[in-house]
Design a binder for this molecule. Structure first.
Ligand code: SF4
Length: 520
């Protein structure tokens, strides 16, 4: 035990240093406010990186009015276009189905209401916890770039006006080796096969890499079941070749479970993440997918993918009254398997594809919101305080801004940045002890709100070549070797990223991070 005097002395010294650092930081901030420096303009960006004070915000809070669509008009217009009765340009030049909606608080819930002159009133629940809804909106860090007019982002009223895009989803095929209900795509049932040709895939990847801002995206190959496309492996390889590092596939896992060699080939092509459909723990909790041993299939797929170093995200389509009672068990499963699983992504059913004709009563019964998840995680697994531990996905923006700045003016790529609306998705992060499997949420041990504010201020304060954050030259490219456990193949080289690497690359760390979140 240390004598009391040195402890007291050490505390006094730390206290003094901390106060001096605080005073210096306040002085530096005051100086920066008094003599603001211009923003920096890296070559990948369409304009200067915005300082916090220059960022704009959408209309948030409640009550408020917002733009919306009539779900019935949308399906009618689509049918007219497919039958040749209407021209597709109607979607760009007209405003089919567009109506206003109001967002209000009522009886402890946040509701969206809209009236279509033809189809009447629609009402849905956006949150069952107004305080949670309000906090999540308050953490939105502001918009990213204003998108220049380049012909690729103009889609009429729904033209993309801000941001850099975070996920490029390429649906390789509408075929599937399953026939689920729900299916977001109506895969297998529309009566025709729609499958991209190689030239289409290449063009989509090339276009996304050529527009400004030239930035990293999560490139996600999806479907149907993307592993059925003949272009699946070449598409992964090509995406990595042209510079994307976050290349993933949304899969039901059947092919990866059936064929370990296919998992190896995908890993060798450059697949970094498998976004694995996972609706519950145990075969009985996957029965609604109409495959008797689906849980066993998932376990085999996880083993095979992990064996070749592919990181795994469990993806749960969550339907109220069907599998919402599985939130806790899925989180516990991920913690138990923390050596193989990085992320759990809950995706509340969106009533598209096979489900778009659902009646109002069933839709209301099955609706699951972000606030439901925050409360279920706490109630079923004791994980997270709804009003402390959850953040909009876009809250990570300040870290992307900092990375952009550190990348320098000559960097080829901007960082991966999710700028989505705060009502779109939430997330939290857990630290899991690798031996005991005990877990804590990061915000329970770190003041994340304060950290985010500090990062914004640090980024805003970058000002001159003499500043420690000096965006003049990109650092030289480095690579980390990612061994493929169990593989006789040579190790692959992977660009260093800010994301967690697989357990195979992590030194003997005791704690591993687990992300969990939901997006609509
Ligand atoms: S939900 Fe996925 S696995 Fe199921 S039928 Fe649709 S595309 Fe196939």
């Amino acid at each position: 035990m240390l004598p009391r005097k040195p402890i007291k002395m050490r505390r006094a010294i730390y206290g003094g240093v901390s106060k001096a650092a605080g005073a210096l930081w306040s002085a530096a901030r005051a100086l920066d406010r008094r003599f603001p420096q211009r923003s920096f303009h890296p070559k990948w960006a369409p304009g200067p990186l915005a300082k916090q004070r220059e960022k704009t915000f959408p209309n948030l809070g409640f009550p408020r009015e917002t733009d919306s669509l009539c779900p019935r008009c949308v399906t009618e217009v689509r049918a007219q276009i497919l039958s040749g009765e209407a021209d597709w340009r109607l979607l760009v030049e007209g405003s089919p189905g567009e109506i206003k909606a109001t967002i209000v608080e009522e009886d402890g819930r946040i509701l969206m209401r809209k009236d279509c002159p033809k189809h009447g009133r629609f009402e849905d629940v956006m949150s069952v916890d107004p305080a949670f809804f309000k906090r999540i909106e308050s953490l939105y860090p502001g918009r990213d770039f204003v998108i220049p007019k380049d012909g690729l982002h103009e889609h009429g009223t729904s033209s993309i006006k801000y941001g850099r895009g975070a996920v490029l989803t390429i649906d390789l095929t509408n075929r599937c080796n399953m026939m689920c209900n729900p299916c977001f795509m109506d895969a297998n049932q529309v009566g025709y096969v729609h499958e991209l040709e190689w030239e289409d895939v290449k063009k989509l990847l090339d276009d996304a890499a050529s527009v400004k801002p030239r930035r990293q995206l999560s490139v996600q190959f999806s479907g149907g079941e993307p592993t059925l496309s003949p272009h699946f492996l070449p598409a992964i390889r090509y995406a990595r070749e042209i510079g994307y590092f976050s290349v993933q596939c949304a899969t039901n896992g059947v092919r990866f479970a059936q064929d370990e060699g296919f998992a190896r080939e995908a890993a060798e092509a450059g697949l970094r993440f498998a976004y694995l459909q996972f609706d519950g723990v145990g075969n009985e909790h996957n029965q609604h997918r109409k495959v008797g041993n689906l849980y066993d299939v998932k376990l085999r797929a996880i083993e095979n993918l992990h064996r070749y170093g592919v990181d795994i995200t469990l993806v749960t389509t969550i339907v109220n009254g069907v599998n919402n009672d599985q939130v806790g068990d899925i989180l516990k499963f991920a913690i138990e398997n923390i050596d193989k699983i990085n992320t759990v992504s809950f995706q509340p059913v969106s009533f598209t594809g096979r489900d778009e004709d659902i009646d109002d009563e069933t839709r209301q019964k099955q609706r699951y919101t972000l606030s439901h998840l925050a409360h279920d995680a706490r109630a079923q697994a004791g994980i997270g305080e709804p009003l402390r531990d959850w953040y909009p996905l876009s809250a990570s923006g300040p870290f992307s801004d900092l990375k952009d700045l550190l990348g320098g003016l000559e960097a080829e790529w901007g960082s991966l940045k999710c700028g989505c609306h705060p009502n779109c998705g939430i997330g939290t992060m857990l630290l899991v002890h690798q031996q005991t499997r005990r877990s804590v949420t990061v915000p329970s041990i770190l003041n994340v709100d304060r950290l985010l504010d500090d990062v914004k201020q640090i980024t805003d304060s970058a000002r001159s070549p003499t500043c420690p954050i000096t965006p003049r030259r990109a650092p030289p490219a480095r690579a980390v070797v990612v061994p493929h456990p169990g593989s006789s193949q040579a190790p692959r080289a992977t660009p260093v990223t800010t994301e967690a690497t697989t357990c195979a690359t992590a030194p003997s760390t005791v704690l591993r991070g687990l992300m969990t979140g939901a997006s609509l």
